[in-house]
Design a protein around this ligand. Structure first.
Ligand SMILES: *Cc1c(COP(=O)(O)O)cnc(C)c1O
Length: 344
């Protein structure tokens, strides 16, 4: 199998970027205090606070499912509910972990176009019932970049934050691809988070070039109360924490976190430009970050897969999802489009 033909399957198919790798190697030079009380972790937290231009509580966990589930669990009691989009990763791709770690908090699904939550539907879910028999809405969860590759604007996020505040709900952001959203919108990270009312952000590093370790960032510090215990109980407290945190230093100090995301977005734009010109290819959603979703006939899917190309058709909407990463090359884009032309 030609490995580069895997390049559109997922951004977590890509390896570790040089900046993260270098930091990891540096962190391997000495003895360090374990369980997160080391200098690397302190420095990574400092860099993250600088990036968001605010004080905040930061925890590193092994993956995005743990980050989302534990963050959500810390915002809810078991009798509460979490409002999210129908295709949200927390609903469709985490094997019930948010419910598990929160001891049964229910998700309430709302529709919305292009992977975003519809605010009228959110308000309806909040106000529908106020009796004791309904799981009390407590959190609005948004995914930025959404599962369908679209990006919430600053105004959209502010409106969500205002709605949450009006009804005393908290806001959780699944930012597995947060960097791609920042690169796409070209705004300061604070504008998409705490300034818009986000209480906790799960900031993804893995899909953007880090080997392992997502950052859970509590802008509302009170909500981080005993979060360390939650991580430990869930098996998410790394003993050699420096290997989760050090790559973040390399990414943030060098600017690679944003450079990588911008590169992935650019590749997706190139792919979009070429694909949208092809006859018989229907692009399903606006291309705003690092993915392009297209509709292809089953026969074409079979033929393009027979050329060696690997991509998923079950994520999001059922279309073919082509995902770009920091490691995607422009010639991969060209080569995919040429093969698709040949088989269409
Ligand atoms: C990849 C991803 C995650 C994290 O998934 P893990 O496999 O648990 O690291 C979370 N949310 C979204 C939207 C994702 O795409």
């Amino acid at each position: 199998m030609e490995k580069n033909k895997n390049c559109f399957a997922s951004d977590n198919y890509a390896g570790v970027c040089p900046e993260a790798w270098e930091s990891l190697a540096k962190a391997n030079d000495s003895f360090e205090i374990s369980y997160g009380d080391d200098d690397w972790t302190a420095k990574a937290c400092k860099e993250i606070r600088k990036l968001f231009e605010t004080d905040c509580e930061i925890f590193f966990v092994f993956n995005g499912t743990a980050a989302n589930s534990l963050a959500l669990a810390s915002l809810c009691q078991s009798y509460h509910s979490i409002i999210c989009q129908e295709v949200a990763h927390i609903e469709t791709d985490e094997c019930g972990a948010p419910e598990f770690f929160s001891n049964g908090t229910k998700s309430l699904l709302v529709p919305g176009v292009e992977g975003k939550i519809d605010l009228t539907a959110v308000e309806k879910a909040i106000t529908k019932r106020s009796d004791i028999h309904y799981p009390k809405p407590k959190v609005i969860s948004v995914t930025q970049v959404t599962e369908l590759g679209t990006v919430y604007t600053v105004d959209e996020l502010r409106a969500i934050g205002e709605l949450a505040q009006r009804y005393s709900l908290k806001v959780h952001m699944d930012g597995a691809r947060f960097a791609n959203a920042v690169a796409a919108l070209n705004v300061a990270p604070k504008e998409l988070t705490w300034k818009a009312g986000v209480d906790v952000l799960c900031f993804g590093g893995i899909k953007n070039g880090i080997p392992v370790g997502e950052a859970v960032i509590f802008f509302n510090k009170a909500l981080a109360y005993e979060f360390d215990y939650r991580c430990k109980q869930a098996g998410q407290l790394a003993s050699k924490m420096r290997f989760l945190s050090a790559p973040w230093i390399g990414m943030l100090e060098s600017g690679a976190w944003l450079k990588n995301a911008a590169h992935a977005n650019k590749c997706a734009r190139l792919l979009y430009d070429k694909l949208s010109k092809l006859k018989g290819v229907k692009v399903l959603f606006p291309q705003q970050a690092n993915s392009v979703f297209i509709e292809l006939s089953p026969a074409v899917i079979e033929k393009i897969r027979a050329c060696g190309w690997h991509f998923y058709t079950f994520i999001g909407s059922g279309g073919a999802r082509l995902m770009c990463s920091w490691a995607t090359k422009e010639e991969d884009v060209e080569s995919f489009v040429e093969d698709l032309k040949a088989v269409s």
